[in-house]
Ligand binder design. Structure first.
Ligand SMILES: Cc1cc2nc3c(=O)[nH]c(=O)nc-3n(C[C@H](O)[C@H](O)[C@H](O)COP(=O)(O)OP(=O)(O)OC[C@H]3O[C@@H](n4cnc5c(N)ncnc54)[C@H](O)[C@@H]3O)c2cc1C
Length: 154
């Protein structure tokens, strides 16, 4: 997972609720500056290991930490990391980005001429259907354009 994911998620969720607790489940995911920024914005940080998520009918009610402390919560979101399900881009020699996606020039061209990538494979935009579809459309047009340019080369 991206090391700034907890800070990113906490910040974005502050647009939905003013009652946010970021739980890191025993991990050190926030630096001191990020913790101060959260404190300034009323976001609580719990770094203790989580023992149990307690609720009924699929709805979260409380979080119990390893010390036995419990906090009441009405809902929770889990941060997940993305990783490639297939190693083919790496095995073909494509340069990968820091976050594990296939690196492109923003128009779908990878580091290997003739290999293009878009959507979640690039892990460059928020992981959403409309983004993947839009990017696929853009990259498709770029492939056609590159093929035409290639055939006009002398
Ligand atoms: C749990 C979950 C919930 C989500 N909820 C939302 C939501 O509410 N709204 C939203 O907009 N987005 C949501 N997304 C994100 C959205 O699903 C993705 O951003 C989108 O599907 C990306 O499209 P894609 O075509 O890039 O990749 P994918 O849809 O992942 O398509 C890639 C395809 O390639 C196939 N594939 C992989 N490797 C190989 C191989 N070696 N050979 C052949 N085929 C291969 C896979 O089987 C898959 O069918 C969600 C994603 C997840 C995981």
């Amino acid at each position: 997972m991206n090391k700034d994911a907890a800070f990113h998620m906490g910040k974005k969720l502050s647009n939905w609720s003013k009652d946010i607790v970021v739980c890191t489940n025993g991990n050190q995911l926030l630096n001191e500056e990020q913790k101060r920024s959260f404190a300034k914005n009323g976001i609580q940080v719990m770094e203790e290991k989580i023992d149990e998520l307690i609720g009924e009918n699929g709805k979260l009610q409380k979080i119990r930490f390893s010390s036995g402390e419990e906090i009441l919560r009405e809902g929770g979101l889990v941060t997940v990391g993305l990783k490639q399900s297939s190693p083919f881009a790496e095995s073909l020699g494509c340069v990968m980005s820091e976050n594990g996606g296939i690196k492109t020039d923003g128009l779908g061209r990878t580091s290997i001429p003739g290999i293009y990538a878009s959507g979640d494979a690039t892990i460059s935009t928020p992981s959403q259907l409309i983004m993947a579809a839009g990017e696929g459309n853009k990259v498709g047009a770029m492939i056609v354009s590159d093929l035409i340019d290639e055939s006009f080369k002398l």
